[in-house]
Design a protein around this ligand. Structure first.
Ligand code: TMP
Length: 211
């Protein structure tokens, strides 16, 4: 079995996490071994960095350096070994989130983010960077996402941002899709949970990934 790398993206409140679990189950039912993980996080070191990024005030470059440091450890310790074993790696957020949140939301220089992406996702012996095989983007109007999040739980640093911040994050995702349209499946996350799930399944099946 060839390894498969699928990432899940969207603004806070878009409702992606339940579908990550659902897709893990669908792959397991077809006999695939699944590594389920998230960013920032996924390894002991990266989870420590996650706590800092989500709770401590810092400038946008510091934030970008920490999420890419977490990503480097995550790739080396967990993602690359899992792909080499032939696992399906399902990752709740990856580098598109950095371009959306730090690049779009925080307005940080995307050229610098591209340099960091090139360093962190370099693969020895090849020119190609490690990128997801498929990215499922749960696209939702930030005003609707804010309603969904209201009162749900104590918001972290990003969840506490105003709707305008999430409009810039959403625009950041749209830019990433425009750069690599074949990698993305955009899903209208305003639909019912069941309809969203059917679209997630269809996106994976249409690409022949869930045989
Ligand atoms: P989560 O709540 O979906 O686990 O995501 C954690 C938060 O971290 C979310 O608000 C998005 C943010 N984030 C970034 O700002 N940059 C990144 O590179 C990643 C992966 C997440």
């Amino acid at each position: 079995m060839k390894g498969l790398f699928v990432t899940f993206e969207g603004i806070d409140g878009a409702g992606k996490s339940t579908h990550v679990e659902g897709l893990a189950q669908a792959f397991r039912e077809r006999g695939r071994s699944v590594t389920l993980t998230r960013e920032p996080g996924g390894t002991p070191l990266a989870e420590k960095l996650r706590t800092l990024v989500l709770n401590d005030a810092m400038d946008a470059l510091t934030e970008a350096l920490l999420v890419f440091a977490a990503r480097r450890d995550h790739l080396q310790q967990l993602i690359e070994p899992a792909l080499a074993r032939g696992d399906v790696v399902l990752c709740d957020r990856f580098t598109d989130a950095t371009f959306a949140y730090q690049g779009g939301g925080r307005g940080y220089d995307r050229q610098v983010l591209r340099v960091l992406e090139g360093w962190v996702q370099a693969r020895p012996g090849t020119q190609a960077l490690r990128q997801p095989d498929l990215t499922i983007w749960f696209d939702l109007d930030p005003a609707v996402a804010a309603q969904r999040l209201a009162g749900a739980r104590l918001p972290d640093k990003f969840e506490a941002q105003p709707v305008e911040f999430f409009r810039r994050v959403a625009a950041g995702y749209a830019d990433r899709l425009a750069e690599s349209p074949s990698r993305f499946a955009r899903i209208d996350a305003a639909q019912s949970r069941e309809s969203v799930w059917q679209e997630v399944l269809a996106a994976v099946q249409q690409r022949g990934l869930l045989a």
